[in-house]
Ligand binder design. Structure first.
Ligand code: R5P
Length: 265
């Protein structure tokens, strides 16, 4: 791996822990003004200090993130479809490499829709990004999207998706947590981070999922709604950081969550 690629990767996966806390708020690229992300700058600014990287589109980066902010960016570069259109999975590459370099990002992210009518196109899009990523020293995050079919999130399907992303050369894979998650991580030769998915009922559900994912081989999270749709988002992200970077249990994380929420720390 070339120096530039390694250096960028070290901004995503922290060299001291080998783990990653990524804050995802790219949802608007197909969902529009998602609940609690109607005004991205207001929602996200307080969370930035607790994320190793933020994951978003170039539009929200330019309009809603201070260029002086001390953060690293993973840029969503796929899209072209919407939740109300006929084929969510019919994505193309939306943002050039020149633009990613101009925006000084640490990595680029793209969804693949395996098993869909547009599987081949999205996998070739990923491969094209990897070709360019190798040329310019830019890590590529492959995202195993399921579109509207959330029930697809089982170990058999996600193992298939993660392994295909790795085989095509992606440097990190983002997928969902599922039962028997160890099967997914053990058969994928590149690091895996988990998305949070739709908002869970309780904070403990989020901390248990994060802790179990780490225990079963994930290197971190690329999480959105379960952080910024919570009434106490800073408390949630700080608790998640403690699980990911400090190996804390879900119970310890909950105590930290309560302490931050109550203004004690
Ligand atoms: C899909 O919209 C994006 O890839 C999100 O970044 C991803 O789903 C993570 O966000 P959440 O934790 O809200 O699922």
């Amino acid at each position: 791996m070339d120096w530039g690629l390694k250096n960028r990767l070290s901004k995503i996966i922290q060299p001291d822990t080998g783990r990653a806390v990524m804050l995802a708020f790219d949802h608007g690229y197909f969902l529009g003004p998602t609940h609690r992300l109607e005004e991205p700058e207001k929602t996200i600014t307080p969370l930035i200090p607790y994320a190793d990287t933020i994951m978003l589109t170039r539009g929200v980066l330019r309009t809603s993130v201070d260029p002086n902010a001390d953060t690293n960016v993973v840029l969503r570069v796929s899209g072209g479809t919407s939740i109300v259109g006929p084929h969510l999975e019919n994505e193309g590459i939306t943002t050039s490499f020149e633009e990613a370099l101009r925006l000084n990002v640490a990595g680029v992210g793209i969804s693949v829709f395996i098993g869909s009518e547009h599987e081949r196109q999205t996998l070739l899009n990923l491969s094209e990004l990897v070709n360019q990523g190798e040329r310019y020293g830019m890590p590529v995050l492959g995202i195993t999207a399921v579109g509207k079919e959330l029930e697809k999130r089982d170990a058999r399907y996600l193992s298939l998706c993660c392994r295909i992303c790795a085989e095509l050369g992606t440097h990190i894979v983002k997928t969902y947590y599922c039962d028997e998650f160890e099967k997914v991580t053990s058969s994928c030769p590149v690091p895996i981070v988990i998305a949070g998915g739709p908002k869970l009922e309780t904070e403990m559900d989020v901390f248990n999922m994060t802790h179990s994912a780490i225990q079963q081989g994930a290197i971190g999270v690329d999480m959105g709604r379960n952080i910024w749709q919570n009434d106490n988002p800073v408390a949630v992200i700080r608790a998640i950081r403690a699980i990911v970077h400090e190996n804390e249990s879900a119970e310890q994380a909950f105590k930290l969550f309560e302490a931050v929420k109550n203004g004690e720390v």
